[in-house]
Write a protein of this length. Structure first.
Length: 313
């Protein structure tokens, strides 16, 4: 789990830079999670980006949104160029609607900007880099405003004319899924808190009822709100998270099937095997044998954060 480690984190839970200036872990070739948001604007390079087992060959320019708790890594990349923006939810306080916008963008994380959009993105990222580097008076407020603009422009690219802005302003028509606006109010809050709890380490063995109890709602109400906010039920999201984590551990570690089962919340290995076969069509053993081995190793929890300031040599 990579955590955002920047100078004076309580004052500025934010970092921006190139893949080179952020550091080698920004293009890590092994599966890992973040406790923060990451926006990646890829302008060059070849290889594959893997996000929750979804493999996307690079064909720049790409704009990618990685939400807290998602597992991702860069596979076989060469000449990777572009910009990385890292921030926590605390940095969104000036524009709280951006949290819901990022959740929506996370459902379609890879965007392909056209020439005009790419030029605007490059200009905006350049302004953010200058603001971050100069740290003039009120630079935090300026960066928050610039991030808000970046998110708003990404929403336009994800569904032109249809997707409402980060402040909830409606678009001009229906999306392909027939949704005309963001989930708002109580629905958005509960759905967001559920996904946050689900992303926490050790949470995969919990029942829907335990999440509902913690959030102070009934199981039925939690199911309704989460489905409205994400398009999937809490049970489906839990099963998906368990499956993704099991795949990662089977392909990227030497843990036994029994150990993997326990890591993802199953006390009975036989039941885990039935679950895994139902979700993937393969037994855990068959999946491990079929894996191509490119998943790397499980991230060392003690590894340096990807945004840690460089130490003098």
């Amino acid at each position: 789990m990579h955590r955002l480690d920047v100078p004076a984190p309580h004052l500025l839970p934010f970092a921006i830079g190139s893949f080179d200036t952020i550091g080698p872990l920004s293009r890590a070739g092994f599966p890992h999670r973040h406790s923060f948001h990451e926006i990646v604007y890829v302008t060059g390079g070849t290889g594959t980006h893997v996000l929750d087992e979804d493999r996307r060959p690079l064909c720049p320019p790409h704009l990618c949104f990685i939400t807290p708790g998602q597992v991702h890594y860069w596979d076989g990349v060469h000449g990777l160029r572009g910009w990385v923006v890292l921030f926590t939810d605390d940095f969104l306080l000036a524009h709280p609607g951006d949290r819901d916008a990022l959740a929506r963008l996370g459902e379609r994380p890879w965007l392909r900007p056209g020439p005009d959009d790419a030029a605007r993105l490059s200009g905006l990222v350049g302004e953010m880099l200058r603001e971050y580097g100069e740290r003039a008076p009120s630079f935090t407020s300026v960066l928050q405003a610039q991030l808000h603009i970046l998110i708003a422009r990404a929403l336009r690219m994800s569904a032109p004319h249809d997707v409402p802005g980060p402040d909830g302003a409606p678009g001009s028509g229906e999306t392909g899924a027939g949704r005309t606006d963001f989930v708002s109010g109580r629905s958005a809050l509960v759905a967001r808190e559920f996904t946050r709890l689900l992303a926490q380490p050790g949470s995969l063995g919990r029942s829907v009822r335990s999440y509902a109890d913690e959030l102070g709602v009934s199981v039925g109400h939690l199911t309704e709100l989460v489905k409205r906010g994400t398009g999937r039920t809490p049970g489906r999201l839990i099963r998906h998270a368990q499956t993704v984590e099991a795949k990662r551990l089977l392909s990227g570690s030497d843990l036994t099937v029994t150990q993997v089962a326990r890591r993802v919340g199953f006390g009975d290995p036989a039941y885990f095997c039935r679950f895994f076969r139902r979700e993937t069509g393969l037994s855990p053993g068959d999946f491990r044998r079929a894996a191509d081995g490119t998943g790397g190793i499980h991230h060392d929890p003690g590894a340096e954060s990807i945004a840690a300031p460089r130490r003098p040599e």
